[in-house]
Design a protein around this ligand. Structure first.
Ligand code: SAH
Length: 219
């Protein structure tokens, strides 16, 4: 593995501990998921543009979110926000099946092609409509949301099994708290994991489209 890539993963390991997700990240090359013009930045711990105003998340945040899902090899996972497909590829190494949804057709298509070309066969990419998540394949053992939501997305909690975990950035468009939710028999419990900044979720469960302004670098 290249020195820069090794250093990136070692730094994340120092901060988060030796999580299984970091071992999984050793097998997924982020350079395969960033545009050629950003290839030299693939192992920097920063988000990078992937077109359509969207970004591939910061590797530290990917590790933090996936780590908090406490995945077992038999789990089925839903990812909201396929983007480049990078996080889906990492999830695919830790779970039995990954269902990932993306709102923007060109991103969904290129992520699907990329995952196929890499021989990753346990990820299903779906083009999302107005409905949040992918209820037809629910319930999931875990849900990870890669775009910011104004409120805790109850429609995604409903797509979890009892005991299922969800990680989602919730807050304002400029800053969110990463929330870890566990669905329980009579509702759900929530704990917060610190601040983050994601691109906003698109659709009726998020902010009105005309309020979506580009005011900086999201995660
Ligand atoms: N996980 C991605 C990064 C995602 S960026 C990666 O590893 O590269 C967030 C993505 O969420 C964007 O591609 C955006 O188009 C998508 N998105 C926004 N709203 C969505 C929605 N309601 N359903 C599905 N995807 C959505």
């Amino acid at each position: 593995m290249e020195d820069e890539r090794r250093r990136l993963l070692d730094r994340i390991r120092e901060e988060l501990g030796d999580l299984k997700v970091i071992q999984a990240m050793e097998h997924v090359d982020r350079a395969d998921f960033v545009p050629p013009s950003s290839a030299h930045l693939a192992y920097e711990d920063i988000p990078l543009p992937i077109g359509e105003g969207q970004t591939i998340s910061q590797p530290f945040i990917v590790a933090l979110m996936i780590g908090a899902l406490d995945l077992r090899a038999s789990d089925r996972v839903l990812e909201v926000g396929t983007g480049s497909g990078y996080q889906a590829a990492v999830l695919a190494r830790l779970a039995r099946e990954v269902v990932t949804v993306e709102r923007i057709p060109s991103l969904a298509e290129s992520a699907e092609n990329r995952l196929k070309a890499l021989g990753i066969d346990n990820v299903r990419v779906h083009l999302a409509g107005d409905e949040l998540g992918w209820p037809e394949d629910a319930p999931y053992d875990a849900v990870v949301v890669s775009a910011a939501a104004p409120t805790l997305p109850r429609k995604l909690i409903d797509q979890l099994v009892i005991g299922g975990r969800m990680v989602a950035p919730v807050g304002s468009m400029g800053s969110q708290e990463l929330m870890r939710v566990v669905r329980t028999a009579d509702g759900f419990s929530v704990r917060t994991m610190g601040y983050c900044r994601f691109v906003p979720l698109i659709g009726p469960d998020a902010w009105p489209e005309d309020t979506l302004v580009d005011d900086g670098d999201p995660l």
